[in-house]
Design a protein around this ligand. Structure first.
Ligand SMILES: CC(C)(COP(=O)(O)OP(=O)(O)OC[C@H]1O[C@@H](n2cnc3c(N)ncnc32)[C@H](O)[C@@H]1OP(=O)(O)O)[C@@H](O)C(=O)NCCC(=O)NCCS
Length: 283
């Protein structure tokens, strides 16, 4: 006969049994995710172009993997020294960070810290070349929140009637009404890869992802006036320049820059893109 005392002592041991099982389960799930990503990568371009991997484990959301003709946009690997080294190689370049509003990385440890504590957004992707896993850049769709920098920037311009000529204030008002939960862009790519159309390719895929998969109403993006290459990338993807703010303050670099804000709404994206996110061919 099992005594009550014995049963009571077993219940006290339950957490000891459950914790290893939970840890093992989490480990297995993360292996499955990595296997799925590896499978996706090994498929042909046509097979993978619009394949996305969604994995949610408890409250932990793992971003998808997005394939373009030359690139794979994949989640960052955290606590990974090779990843940090590759990030440091490009993010230590003063021509990169300053244009994005952050200081160039000074050490691999700093890059590791960025991987673990800054690149934590649900839609922050490492840009990698097909067939080579090392990150050569980054692209992020950051959640827009009312009162944030980009939203305030446009709000002020609408209120001050200082939008660029031809910009429809009503359209911006409507986009601002849905601002919370929409997305603000951020991106960069290592200097050796500039001027080959890669960021335009990445942004086209990300816009499709934003409108089709994430259900955004609009995607916003800003760049310095003295960074026309970034303006061109957004322009190529249909993002219209709506206003300019002179002497905009960027706290992480303690500098002021004249900046331009751009936006594309879902409606505009649908009218100027085919379903793959590429520009519609001229009729
Ligand atoms: C901006 C950046 C992401 C562009 O990436 P990229 O892969 O070189 O971009 P693409 O090749 O797709 O397109 C760049 C376009 O800008 C043009 N361009 C480049 N330098 C230019 C300049 N000084 N003036 C005008 N146009 C310029 C290119 O000719 C190209 O346009 P085209 O296709 O019509 O010829 C890259 O330069 C970068 O990472 N810069 C540093 C970080 C940064 O600025 N991030 C954006 C912050 S808002």
């Amino acid at each position: 006969m099992i005594s009550l005392k014995f049963l009571y002592s077993i219940t006290k041991l339950l957490p000891v049994a459950i914790i290893p099982v939970a840890v093992y389960h989490a480990f297995e799930r993360s292996r499955t995710v990595r296997r799925k990503q590896a499978d996706l990568k090994s498929k042909s371009f046509t097979e993978t172009y619009w394949s996305f991997t969604h994995v949610t484990f408890a409250a932990y959301h793992i971003a998808m993997q997005i394939a373009t003709e030359r690139l794979i946009l994949r989640p960052w690997k955290h606590c990974d020294h090779a990843e940090a080294e590759s990030l440091f190689r490009y993010a230590s370049d003063p021509e990169i960070g300053i244009r994005c509003g952050w200081m160039p990385h000074r050490s691999i440890e700093e890059s590791m810290n960025t991987l673990d504590n800054v690149f934590t957004g649900d839609e922050n992707y490492a840009v990698t070349l097909r067939g080579a896993d090392s990150p050569i850049g980054a692209i992020e769709l950051k959640k827009a929140e009312s009162g944030d920098h980009a939203g305030e920037f446009v709000r002020e311009a609408v209120d001050a009637h200082s939008l660029f000529e031809g910009v429809d204030a009503g359209r911006l008002e409507r986009a601002l009404a849905h601002y919370d939960g929409d997305r603000v862009l951020g991106y960069w790519i290592g200097r050796p890869f500039w001027g080959q159309g890669m960021m335009t390719e990445a942004l086209q895929a990300m816009l499709r992802h934003a409108f089709v998969d994430l259900g955004c109403n609009a995607v916003w993006g800003g760049h310095y006036v003295e960074n026309p290459a970034s303006g061109k990338v957004m322009e190529h993807c249909g993002m219209q320049a709506v206003c300019r703010k002179d002497g905009d303050y960027f706290p992480l670099i303690d500098q002021r820059h004249d900046a331009i804000l751009r936006v594309i709404t879902k409606e505009e994206w649908e009218t100027c893109r085919d379903k793959t996110g590429n520009p519609k061919p001229a009729r």
